[in-house]
Design a protein around this ligand. Structure first.
Ligand code: C2E
Ligand code: MG
Ligand code: MG
Length: 537
């Protein structure tokens, strides 16, 4: 098993393998993503079209039904009853007045007469499909494809009016395979008015639970049209046109492949660069290019130096300095940070062991990375070095950032173990992470370091200018010490001191100093002279 893991790990270190993997993954992702978006757009436009068609049909059908009802009202209102020439003329007049009335008829127990005497469209004797208080409706009165047959009939009293199939198809231009149905009896029965016959109901349950007018199934679009009459509802069913991949997607295909290749190439370059940075860092440690500087921490009232923060520097052979902000994150990724933390601890005790023994109140704080906090290793390394150099544990403090506390439970245990042997634990860059008051209370810490960003904001109108005082009050409530970072102006120091902050570090007092400079500062009496101290770098 370990052998297989080792082989896998080796593969993942090969730039070309990672590049190909990235290219394949990104191309697949781009292609499926663009296909998904394209199909979604097709679906959306299909739905929009159906909604628009449904609304159009409904408006037209309302117009048609309106005319049929009006013509019936006219017939009912006029005084003639019975079948005579005058009645035939009246029926013809109605059919002439109303465009959608194809046939108008009078019917009583003995006779039936219509404006189209030779046709049998209205000789229908079956009971109405819908019987309302004023009007009755006969649907689908003919199934013959003859356009001149009455297809939809309305009745009031002794009169009947009908529209022809031709009129209906003119009004409702159904696409092939579609049907227009009238749904009766609370959705249990549906009568096709136009188009092919459909199995009913089209979806289970019917009516659907969703209030949306449009229902989309795999094969069909079903549009429910509300009507003014609660007795019936119109439903339009259309087969889906099939999910055609839009033409533009075929252009996206080569584009995705090209982008995938670009991503692969970039990954190749990045991995190569990272590998060379890896190698460079390893070389830097071996060749002794890493240095530790010490930025003094002062008591803000007495301006006495109480300790220092150990800060790493990478001085390249050509003399240039690489900022820890650049190489620390990389070392954290590659795991080389452990080596670096060990280096800082070892170097600081070698350089300052004597000073710390001579000044038992002095302390040095060391920055820990997330992976240092996740295992108890640091405690063991530290214990060995402290014994070797005969330095007290309380003289070494550890700084952890909020972001470094990935697994709080494990981190809490390890930090507590460090405190148990006498080390102090500080939260660095406080305020830039996600630590809340409630969360902070559960952590074994002694001190908060307020991030420079909030010190910079002091005295400005920026929204963040109130953060530092807030952190200070919070720390006071929790009886935690506070160190202000990045103090550059006297006014900031004075304000922080008036707020009750006891300690601070920053360029106002001193840059990061070499070990020699720091020893000199302490042995000179720890007090600041008139001028600022500058680092050797
Ligand atoms: P940090 O721990 O918050 O360290 C404070 C940073 O602010 C240092 O930058 C320091 O030089 C800078 N600083 C202090 N006072 C002032 C000021 O008045 N003005 C300005 N502009 N800057 C000031 P540096 O040394 O570049 O370190 C940057 C970060 O790199 C550190 O932030 C820390 O997170 C990390 N780092 C440095 N050394 C180590 C190390 O040995 N181990 C680990 N894990 N991280 C380290
Ligand atoms: Mg720090
Ligand atoms: Mg900091």
């Amino acid at each position: 098993m370990p052998a297989a893991r080792e082989t896998l790990r080796r593969w993942f270190y090969r730039p070309w393998f990672l590049a190909m993997l990235a290219a394949a993954l990104s191309a697949t992702l781009l292609m499926t993503g663009s296909l998904f978006i394209a199909m979604h757009q097709v679906e959306q436009s299909e739905s929009e079209e159906m909604n628009a068609q449904g609304e159009r049909f409904l408006a037209r059908l309302e117009q048609l039904f309106g005319q049929l009802r009006e013509s019936l009202d006219d017939l009912e209102a006029q005084p003639l009853r019975g079948c005579d020439d005058e009645m035939i003329a009246t029926l013809q007049q109605v059919s002439f007045n109303y465009r959608f009335v194809y046939e108008a008829a009078y019917r009583d127990d003995s006779r039936i007469c219509s404006n189209r005497p030779r046709q049998e469209g209205l000789s229908l004797l079956r009971p109405p499909d819908i019987k309302g208080p004023t009007y009755s409706y006969w649907l689908n009165t003919t199934t013959e494809p003859d356009e001149n047959r009455a297809a939809l009939m309305l009745g009031r009293g002794n009169f009947r009016v009908a529209t022809s199939r031709g009129h209906l198809t003119d009004m409702v231009d159904l696409s092939p395979g579609s049907s227009l149905l009238v749904v009766l009896d609370h959705g249990t029965r549906a009568i096709p008015v136009l188009g092919v016959s459909q199995a009913w109901p089209p979806t289970e349950p019917w009516p659907p639970k969703s209030p949306d007018a449009l229902q989309v199934t795999h094969t069909r679009l079903i549009y429910r049209m509300p009507t003014n009459n609660p007795e019936y509802q119109l439903v339009l069913i259309t087969p889906r046109t099939g999910m055609h991949v839009p033409a533009v997607w075929w252009w996206l295909l080569p584009a995705s492949l090209a982008l995938g290749v670009c991503v692969g190439f970039l990954v190749f370059l990045l991995v190569k660069q990272r590998q060379s940075m890896d190698a460079e860092l390893t070389g830097a440690i071996r060749r002794g290019e890493l240095q530790v500087l010490y930025q003094p921490i002062f008591d803000l009232d007495s301006r006495n130096c109480v300790g220092a923060e150990a800060l790493l520097r990478w001085r390249r052979p050509d003399g240039t300095l690489t900022s820890p902000d650049l190489f620390i994150p990389m070392a954290e990724n590659t795991g080389q940070i452990r080596q670096m933390t060990d280096f800082v601890l070892q170097r600081l005790l070698e350089q300052l062991g004597h000073l710390l023994r001579a000044n038992p109140q002095l302390y040095i704080s060391v920055n820990l990375a997330a992976c240092d906090v996740m295992v108890p290793r640091i405690g063991q390394v530290m214990a060995r070095l402290l014994t070797l150099h005969r330095v007290a544990a309380k003289q070494i403090a550890f700084e952890v950032t909020e972001r470094g506390l990935i697994d709080v439970v494990v981190a809490r245990e390890n930090l507590q173990a460090l405190r148990d042997v006498g080390h102090q634990v500080l939260i660095d860059d406080f305020g830039t992470g996600y630590c809340s008051l409630a969360y902070l209370q559960t952590l074994p810490v002694d001190c908060l370091k307020i991030d420079k960003a909030f010190i910079d904001a002091l005295g400005h109108d920026a929204a963040s200018s109130g953060v530092a005082p807030h952190i200070i009050h919070m720390a006071q409530a929790l009886q935690l010490k506070v160190i202000a970072e990045g103090i550059e102006h006297e006014a900031q120091a004075a304000f922080l001191s008036s707020e009750g902050v006891k300690y601070g570090q920053g360029w106002l007092f001193a840059h990061a100093l070499s070990a020699v400079q720091f020893i000199e500062l302490i042995t000179r009496g720890r007090r600041l002279g008139g001028r600022r101290l500058d680092d050797e770098a």
